[in-house]
Design a protein around this ligand. Structure first.
Ligand SMILES: Cc1cc2nc3c(=O)[nH]c(=O)nc-3n(C[C@H](O)[C@H](O)[C@H](O)COP(=O)(O)O)c2cc1C
Length: 520
């Protein structure tokens, strides 16, 4: 497949009321790809699950600069970073089926994102490029490295196995893989905050990053599904790539799906057309003044590990005005405030909210304009019936129109009841057309930002005693139509819903790491 411009890919992977994006006609659930990548033959370092020495800061502390003293970098704290970002969060059992969940959500629970840790001089860990195994909570050393100076250093790389997602979702899967990258980046930032650590995106082009993570080593992926390197961050250090010499690679990637029934070459096409480039060039982030309203005083570890998606909501719950205010606050970029302090770009996504039940707000449509420079274009391109009444003098939140939009949102969210039974649901309007046309890599950037917004909402919902669910399935242009969006700059890239979860007791929940609980 030749490269495919992201605008063309995006257009052909829209769902609509009359047609879903091209995907498999039937799924054999028993043939789902293995959710766990391993590199057979790579030396394994088992990590501890005992974090009793770390203390238990409150969720609110994560957002207060200096509230959590920085932990030293050692095998236990690196283990905590990995466990609270990429680890398992539970096993679910329903009849004969058993599946695991992870700290970060994933479309269809397919988990296309893989994580790598590049370590140097960290007590208790060998130097090298390691792949993280969430099932075993262990690092497998893909490559030994030399050449670091004497201080401890840590980088985390993310990659995607597109096939995991494409197996179920066909052509639309590339979008979901990128959203998952954004979720994982935000999850990493929150977990680092738990340790008092900073996270910084490292500017690196896609070819160098694949070389560093070893995802370009075709000889190690002979029969296995390929991985595509997405991004690199460094921990507690300036944004520089590791200057290390790779001395020896080991491990063969396992085959995840021995009998793939379909091929979706457009995913390779769009991936090829959107490589990140050397500079990862940054816009100046637009920051918000004013303090973040405090979060409920809950254990941060509990909020991170117990985040879940709601499958159903109990209709009738009213979200409190305080919780709503805090959620909107958490989506705005503030200096030194997770997760947005990792985001070196100007905000390009603006949630358009459909409030069904929020204390003090009339049901209807609202918009949070995360970057004031986008406001004129939003005003010009959204419905001319919208009123644009400011809701709160301190926030860029506007009431657009009063309406009961529950039935419409349910329909537009691929007929999912969660979009109607919730307290609110939202679409994320991205500054798409000119931005992506100018630089195709921006297509990924927009989805990463959307995933980060989704992750903030997941955690805020959890902390508020509610629950969120990401919505990747929605009818793109039909949604644009109900908000009167003219063709032009904006497109909705991800949806989200928050409400009072209905827990299905028929699905049992088991602890994530009982299978290795004897490890100290
Ligand atoms: C990008 C993305 C899109 C999603 N889309 C939907 C959706 O359309 N409908 C839905 O019910 N859940 C959706 N989810 C939720 C996933 O199904 C859920 O994250 C996954 O099953 C793992 O469960 P957990 O979030 O409870 O850990 C989505 C999640 C993500 C990250």
């Amino acid at each position: 497949m030749p490269t495919l411009k992201p605008e063309e890919y995006h257009a052909r992977t829209k769902h609509s009321l009359t047609r879903y994006a091209t995907g498999p006609e039937a799924l054999d659930w028993d043939a789902q790809p293995n959710p766990f990548r391993v590199f057979d033959g790579a030396p394994l370092t088992e990590l501890s699950l005992d974090f009793s020495g770390l203390g238990d800061p409150s969720y609110n502390d994560l957002f207060v600069a200096g509230a959590i003293a920085p932990q030293p970098m050692n095998a236990t704290t690196v283990s905590a970073l990995l466990r609270f970002t990429f680890g398992l969060s539970a096993w679910k059992v329903f009849g004969p089926d058993r599946w695991s969940l992870r700290v970060a959500p994933s479309s269809g629970a397919l988990f296309p994102t893989e994580a790598y840790a590049i370590t140097a001089n960290i007590a208790g860990l060998p130097d090298g490029v390691h792949h993280y195994r969430p099932f075993d909570h262990a690092l497998e050393q893909r490559c030994r490295t030399t050449g670091a100076d004497k201080s401890p250093a840590l980088w985390i790389g993310l990659s995607s196995i597109h096939w995991r997602e494409a197996w179920k979702y066909g052509e639309r899967a590339f979008r979901y893989c990128q959203l998952d990258v954004g979720h994982n980046l935000a999850a990493l930032r929150y977990a680092a905050a738990l340790l008092g650590w900073r996270v910084t995106l490292v500017p690196m082009d896609a070819t160098s990053l694949s070389g560093l993570l070893g995802t370009d080593r075709t000889e190690d992926f002979a029969k296995a599904e390929s991985e595509e390197a997405d991004l690199l961050v460094c921990i507690n250090a300036p944004p520089l790539a590791p200057q290390l010499t790779a001395s020896h690679w080991s491990g063969q990637a396992n085959l995840l799906d021995p009998h793939p029934m379909y091929r979706w070459p457009v995913i390779d096409g769009v991936a090829e057309a959107t490589p990140s480039h050397a500079a990862l060039d940054t816009d100046a982030p637009v920051t918000t003044s004013g303090t973040l309203s405090p979060a409920p005083a809950l254990s941060a570890q509990t909020v991170l590990l117990e985040r879940r998606s709601a499958q159903r909501f109990r209709p009738g719950k009213l979200m409190s005005a305080d919780h709503f205010r805090r959620m909107m606050d958490a989506l705005l970029i503030r200096p030194d405030c997770p997760p947005w302090d990792v985001w070196t770009f100007a905000p390009r996504l603006h949630p358009i909210l459909f409030v069904h039940r929020v204390e003090g707000l009339e049901p209807g449509a609202y918009i949070l304009v995360r970057n004031p420079e986008a406001e004129p274009a939003l005003r010009a391109q959204l419905s001319d019936q919208f009123q644009w009444n400011k809701v709160d003098p301190d926030k860029p939140l506007y009431h657009l129109v009063s309406a009961d939009s529950r039935a419409a949102l349910r329909k537009l969210s691929c007929h999912q009841a969660i979009a109607a039974d919730c307290c609110l649901t939202l679409g994320m309007l991205a500054e798409f057309d000119t931005f992506v046309a100018h630089d195709p890599w921006r297509y990924r950037q927009l989805f990463w930002e959307a995933g980060m917004l989704g992750h903030s909402l997941y955690l805020e919902a959890e902390a508020a005693g509610l629950r969120g669910t990401g919505i990747g399935c929605y009818f793109d242009d039909d949604f644009h139509e109900i908000i009167g969006l003219c063709p032009g700059t904006f497109k909705s890239l991800y949806h989200f819903t928050i409400g009072d979860p209905f827990i299905d007791d028929r699905i049992a929940t088991h602890p994530p790491y009982d299978h290795i609980k004897d490890r100290s």
